[in-house]
Design a protein around this ligand. Sequence first.
Ligand SMILES: [Zn+2]
Ligand SMILES: [Zn+2]
Ligand SMILES: [Zn+2]
Ligand SMILES: [Zn+2]
Length: 224
Amino acid sequence: MNQEIIEVIDSEQDETSQNWCNLSEAGSLKEGYDLERFVEPPRKDFICLICLGVVRNPLECSQCGILLCKKCAYGCSKPQNPFFSMSSITIKFNCPICRSRAAPREPSMILKKFISNLIVYCKNKDRGCKVCRSIGEIKNHEKECDFKVIRCANHGLCSKEGSKIDFITAKCIKSEKNADRKLKFVCSEICRKVVVMSYLLKADKSEEAVDQYKLALEQLSQIN
Ligand SMILES: [Zn+2]
Ligand SMILES: [Zn+2]
Ligand SMILES: [Zn+2]
Ligand SMILES: [Zn+2]
């Protein structure tokens, strides 16, 4: 077969399978999960050859079956025609194992489920958290984790950062209408008074705000 015909066949095959990549999401993709996060050493098949972590958003080479993170699969692909504008570029996969240029595919549901059920430590383990969850569930825990790093809610005056567990809460009025109270995390009694006061001022409760201000001053004078 002459070269031109082969190329035509190639590009026809591509038509059906090129929507595996979406360049607009490329910036938000992440590399695989660090091996140290796993409670049990993960199977070698789940380790991405490019980043050496456990595959995240896995794609599978349709020829050799190797798994790669989506981000890493993008990384070993090339734009098919670099002279096109970005919006019309399709990128061609280039398998790091078998050199296949065929678009990679989503692995089966069962395989994806198996990976998302692997157990990992919370990312705040080094700060003292002992929680382990599946890959699929750990994000929900990390949002609420007592050891996550937060900043004192007294933003303007205090820049203290630390584990949530070392902070105290300040009950602040959210709005005058329903007198809803919102919990804010602060590093000290003084920051608590300042934050509560600023919310009282916003809710137009200036008398109570003045009381909080006096209490804050008293505490400051005790420290000094
Ligand atoms: Zn990877
Ligand atoms: Zn391959
Ligand atoms: Zn945690
Ligand atoms: Zn503070």
